[in-house]
Write a protein that binds this ligand. Structure first.
Ligand code: ADP
Ligand code: MG
Length: 569
């Protein structure tokens, strides 16, 4: 006996669905891509669990995805024999529209449709894209390993509620039936569906099958036969030769592995031979995900061993500062039963990881060296989205420190109007004054504060460039980057500020003279301020401001002190 339960989505769901349907409508056929992508993930999961529990296959080991349609019922069905879902999994994954970050998402909506469409894509609405073309969706599923009577039927019209019912399901896996909206009849067409599948899902590794159709003179229409035919190439895209993969195929594969609706910014595809044999296909997204600074972010690089999916988001495959990279690494050498624990210690993984880091840094370097306008624009986008995270690498990845530092870009006093980081450390060194030995920087809470720092006065007067550092990560950066190409980095707000050879003889004498002249005053100020200061000195640093605070060479900078205080330390 079964009962139908009525349940509700979270409060925001209805609004989210409406917005999504509206903003994705012009590209509505992506619903099929998303549902096929999920079916493929479900097959990957079954293959992986099947490695240790072959009973899960239930003597049906030919994994595939079936697409069919019924013109009379006006339905399209996507069925897979993958891992399926238990009742609880349906509630968690299908009944909960947006996992983490829903609130942030809604706050970031602008009301500008073009912008919001980008956001929707970035947010990931996978399964729900079914509602672009359907006004009712029925999902019937049974998890592998559970018995026939543990099937679950979920149904919703995308209006804020859904029903849940326990049903019998003979075949394990998931079947999704789309009841098409009025006016969507053009989708009830074998040609149309086949062309959508070839366009968006050709890269899917397992066969996507449909029933063959034959022209019938008698009925004057196509008749659906009983014979299956595979629509896609059904081979792992990354194993194909580069010149056999089109840019569109690379892009569609990215959308699948990256769970993204937008094409990637750049990618690198390489086969590595030698002691460790592996293939890597790594992508840099066009946009930072919402959860980039969230410790529980998901979807990193996927690990495969000999074409078998092993795990998602294997954090050992790339260091933390490259956590925005998506894609796959397919190893020929690792054991199939590799676990997260084994990965922790594996020397093989270290080799693969070092190789992957090299490739990604190489890809970013390529963008940064680009002479063409389009490439330059790409690097700018990259830096805007991921520059902050890349900076973490200077502290995290010792062996690639210089290489990463070369890729960093800053705002500096060289261009007083700039608000996007464009100055590399090499640019800076190229503009150093004769006798200048150090790379000067100032740290502050924001760009405006950095620009108006009194510490800059003498540098402006002498036309010496100073880097303006105002991101949170910058304090961490300068603590970890003492030097670049033999030049040490020096805060303008620290120490006696030995300008070295940049201070001329006249200035030196003048400072000594004034120090003597004002000794009474500085001594008196020091005794009045007592514990609050270490020292009071005469300076030539200031040209307009009467006084400024400086930190001792080895003390924390004022900015870092403020940051730590605000973090409650
Ligand atoms: P994503 O694929 O980015 O996780 P989706 O909205 O596409 O987001 O899917 C949500 C979740 O629903 C999936 O992560 C998966 O757990 C579950 N799911 C969706 N489709 C299937 C399916 N065909 N088989 C098994 N689980 C599925
Ligand atoms: Mg999905």
């Amino acid at each position: 006996e079964t009962t139908k339960e009525h349940m509700s989505f979270q409060a925001e769901a209805k609004q989210l669905l409406k917005l999504m349907i509206h903003s994705l409508y012009s590209n509505k056929e992506i619903f099929l891509r998303e549902l096929i992508s999920n079916a493929s993930d479900a097959a990957d999961k079954l293959r992986f669990e099947g490695l240790t529990d072959s009973a899960l296959y239930e003597s049906d080991s030919e994994l595939k995805i079936r697409v069919s349609y019924n013109a009379d019922d006006r339905t399209i069905t996507i069925a897979d024999n993958g891992i399926g879902m238990s009742r609880q999994e349906v509630i968690d994954h299908i009944g909960t529209i947006a996992k983490s970050g829903t609130r942030e998402f809604f706050n970031s909506l602008t009301g500008d449709q073009a912008k919001d469409t980008h956001l929707i894509g970035q947010f990931g609405v996978g399964f729900y894209s079914a509602f672009i073309v359907a006004d009712k969706v029925t999902l019937i599923t049974r998890r592998a390993g559970l018995t026939v009577e543990h099937g679950v039927c979920w149904e919703s019209s995308g209006e804020g509620e859904y029903t849940l019912e326990t049903v019998e399901k003979e075949m394990r896996g998931t079947e999704i039936i789309l009841h098409l909206r009025q006016d969507e009849d053009e989708l009830l067409n074998g040609h149309r569906l086949r062309s959508i599948i070839r366009k968006y899902s050709d890269h899917i590794t397992l066969p996507i099958v449909m029933k063959k159709e034959e022209w019938s003179q008698e009925d004057n229409k196509n008749n659906i036969t009983d014979e299956d035919e595979t629509i896609n190439q059904a081979s792992a895209l990354w194993t194909r030769a580069k010149n056999e993969i089109t840019p569109e195929q690379y892009n569609e594969f990215y959308k699948h592995v990256g769970h993204d609706f937008e094409p990637p910014l750049a990618y690198v595809h390489a086969r590595v031979e030698g002691k460790q044999e592996y293939i890597q296909l790594l992508y840099i997204p066009s946009r930072a995900p919402f959860d980039m600074f969230d410790r529980e972010h998901r979807h990193g690089v996927k690990l495969y061993v000999q074409r078998v999916f092993i795990m998602d988001d294997a954090e050992k495959l790339l260091p933390n500062y490259l956590r925005f990279v998506r894609g796959i690494i397919d190893s020929n050498n690792l054991p199939l039963n590799v676990s997260r624990e084994i990965l922790q210690e594996s020397k093989d993984i270290e080799t693969i990881r070092a190789g992957a880091v090299k490739k990604v840094l190489g890809l970013i370097e390529e963008l940064s060296n680009s002479e063409e306008e389009a490439g330059k624009e790409k690097f700018k986008t990259f830096y805007r989205e991921f520059g902050q995270v890349l900076k973490e690498g200077v502290g995290e990845d010792y062996s690639n420190r210089e290489r990463i530092a070369k890729l960093l870009r800053f705002i500096s006093t060289h261009n007083e109007a700039a608000d996007e980081p464009a100055v590399s450390l090499n640019d800076y060194i190229g503009r150093m004054k004769a006798g200048q030995e150090k790379i000067y920087y100032v740290t502050a809470d924001n760009l405006k504060a950095a620009r108006s720092s009194p510490h800059l006065e003498v540098f402006r007067k002498k036309d010496i460039e100073v880097l303006l550092l105002c991101e949170r990560v910058d304090e961490w950066l300068v603590t970890n980057l003492a030097q670049f190409e033999g030049k040490s980095l020096q805060s303008v707000a620290k120490g006696s500020l030995d300008l070295g050879d940049l201070e001329d003889e006249v200035e030196k004498q003048e400072r000594e003279k004034e120090t003597d002249e004002y000794r009474d005053l500085t001594e008196r100020m020091k005794s009045v301020l007592d514990e609050q200061v270490k020292d009071v000195r005469v300076t030539l640093r200031l040209t307009e401001s009467p006084a400024c605070l400086v930190a001792d060479t080895h003390d924390m900078s004022g900015n870092l002190e403020r940051l730590l205080k605000s973090a409650g330390q």
